[in-house]
Design a protein around this ligand. Structure first.
Ligand SMILES: C[S@@+](CC[C@H](N)C(=O)[O-])C[C@H]1O[C@@H](n2cnc3c(N)ncnc32)[C@H](O)[C@@H]1O
Length: 192
């Protein structure tokens, strides 16, 4: 990850404050139609922990982030929770999951990093495992607040995921403006 944003206590406090009224509740409702309650989920890039808490109402969730500052925040706020220091590209864990979820995290990966991440997610999922990830919709990439941001179209995501996952749905939704975001839900293909 480029830049210091997400890496300092000040930026973590600022992001947590700015995003306090934002959550992935509607995305998680879509996931819950596919993945049965009690399933074991990895959340990538848990950040302030809002979605981790919502996911935890239905699933056994392990949170993660590659920012030490966000991890410190998550562990202080949720002393009973399990949080791993994980980079989304390498996903260096020996654990296996029934589902892998992220909300506005994987857009920080370059195309080749996203491909590596998807391959790695396929390896860490149990048979029939589900991925559920949101992205910013658009074209090209930019650097915003020192962070790399990659925009995707539905066809672009389909092409990147389809070698490893059966695409169950790719839907547009509104985060701030109409259809500014995409939610992809996929099922692990076997054998690979
Ligand atoms: C836009 S925030 C989203 C946080 C949270 N999912 C939410 O919906 O509020 C992006 C999060 O992804 C984390 N992140 C960025 N790049 C990452 C990477 N390569 N691996 C793991 N986490 C990453 C950041 O530290 C931050 O917590």
């Amino acid at each position: 990850m480029e830049g210091a944003y997400y890496r300092t206590k000040e930026s973590v406090d600022e992001y947590t404050k700015l995003s306090k009224d934002v959550s992935g509740k509607e995305l998680i409702e879509k996931l819950s139609k596919i993945l049965t309650p009690g399933a074991e989920i990895l959340e990538i890039g848990s950040g302030p922990g809002t979605d981790w808490r919502i996911l935890s109402e239905t699933y056994t969730v392990i949170g993660s982030d590659n920012s030490i500052e966000f991890l410190a925040h998550l562990r202080t706020q949720n002393p009973l929770g399990e949080f791993l220091e994980l980079d989304a590209t390498a996903l260096k864990t020996g654990k296996r999951f029934d589902g892998i979820y992220s909300n506005k995290v994987l857009h920080h990966l370059k195309d080749d990093e996203l491909t590596s991440s998807i391959k790695r997610q396929h390896e860490r999922l149990n048979p029939g495992g589900i991925v559920c990830h949101s992205f910013w919709k658009g074209e090209g990439s930019e650097v915003f607040k020192g962070l790399f941001v990659n925009y995707h179209s539905a066809s672009d995501l389909e092409r990147i995921f389809e070698n490893y996952f059966e695409i169950l749905s790719i839907e547009e939704y509104k985060e701030f403006e109409d259809n500014d975001s995409l939610l992809l839900i996929g099922k692990k293909k076997t054998p690979q």
